[in-house]
Write a protein that binds this ligand. Sequence first.
Ligand code: NDP
Length: 367
Amino acid sequence: MAFFDNFSKKVQDVAFVAAEKAQQVAAVAGEKANAVADKAKIEYEMAAERRSMDKNYRALGEWYVSTLEGDAPEAVADIVAAIKDSQENLAAYEAAKAEAAAEAAALKAKGIEPCLAVILVGENPASQVYVRGKVKDCGECGIKSLELRMPETTTQEELLAKIAELAADKTVNGILVQLPLPKQIDEHAVIDAIPPEKDVDGFSPVNVGRMQTGQPCFLPCTPAGCIRMIESTGTKIDGKNAVVIGRSNIVGKPAALLLLAKNATVTVCHSHTANLKEICANADILVAAVGRAGFVTGDMVKPGAVVIDVGINRGADGKLHGDVNFEEASAVAGYITPVPGGVGPMTRAMLMKNTTQAAAMQNGVAI
Ligand code: NDP
C-alpha cells in the first residue's frame, strides 16, 4: 500500500527538525550519528527541491524510518515516533480506500460489480481535476466508473433526462453530478432528481434529513471524511469543544451535525461571527471550511488542537492552499491535515465507500 501518497509539508518539517536534531546528537554520538545527520540533510534538501512530487516524500519518510529506527542514538527515538505518527495519520485515507476495495471485491465475489456514474457538465478546470481523481480512485478500488461529459451549454432538461436514465439503470449504483453547474441549471433541481439510494454524495434532501435525525443514510463525503480523520488520530470527539468555520450545505453544516452526533460541543462560525479568533483559539477540534487561503493563523489554534483543513484555494502562485496557514498552525496544533492531501483524498475514499454500500444495499447483500 502506498504509505506516503501526497506526503505533506508537515513531514518535510518533521524531516527538517530530524536533520537538525540528528546534527545535535551527532556531537555526542560520534561519527555514526554524523553520517546520519549528513544523509538526513542531503535527503531533506533533495526532497525540498522536488516537494511537489509524492514519490520523494514517500522516499524521504521511508528512508528516515529505516535509517533512524535501526541503530539510531536514543535521542532520536522521539523523531522516529513523530514520523511514524505522521505516517499513520496520513495513512487514514489509504485505510478507508482499502476498505472500499475490500468491499468491492466482496461484492464481485457475489457477482455484483459496483458502478459509479460521474457527470461533468462544462469545462471547469478544477472540476475536471476532481472528476479525474474520482475515476482514478474507482479504478484503484475495483469499482466501475462511467465518466459522462456534457457540454457547457447543456440545458437543465437534458441533464435531468441523463440523471433519469442513470436512475433507471440497474447496473449503476451511484450517481454524482460534479458541482458547480453552469448558471442555466438549478443545482437544487438536479440534486433532488438523484434517487436517495443512488445519492452517494449525500446531498439529496432525504439523505440530509436522515443524517439530521440520526437515521442510516449516505453521509456527505467531505464531512464524513473529516470525522474519520479526527478519529484516526485517536482523539475522542465526545465532550470536546469543536469549532467549524463555514456553514455551507456541503461542508460546514453537515460537519457540525456529525460532530454534534459524536457528542462534541459545537460552535459554527461564519462571516457574521464576532470574536472569531477567540472562539477558534478555544477549540479542541477546529474544522476550517472557509474558502480563503491561510485564513486560520497560528494564534487561532489552541495548543495541541486537532486542525482539519478542508479549504482548497488556488493561489496567485498557481498552487493549492488550504484555509489554514500551515506553517504557523502546525507549530501549535497536535495534528493538522495538509493541503494538498488530507481531506481531499479522504473525501474521495468516502465516496468509494458510499458507492460500495449503495451497490450492496441495492442488491440486498451485506458486505
Ligand atoms: P462556501 O463558499 O459555500 O462557504 C464558505 C463559508 O465560509 C460560508 O459559510 C461563509 O460564511 C464562511 N466565510 C467566508 N468568509 C468568512 C470570514 N471572513 N469569516 C468567517 N467565515 C467566513 O464554501 P464551501 O463550504 O463549499 O467550501 C469551503 C472550502 O472547502 C473551499 O475552499 C472549497 O474549495 C473547499 N472544499 C474542499 C473539499 C474537499 O474535498 N477537500 C470539498 C468541498 C469544498 P457565510 O455563510 O456567512 O457567507
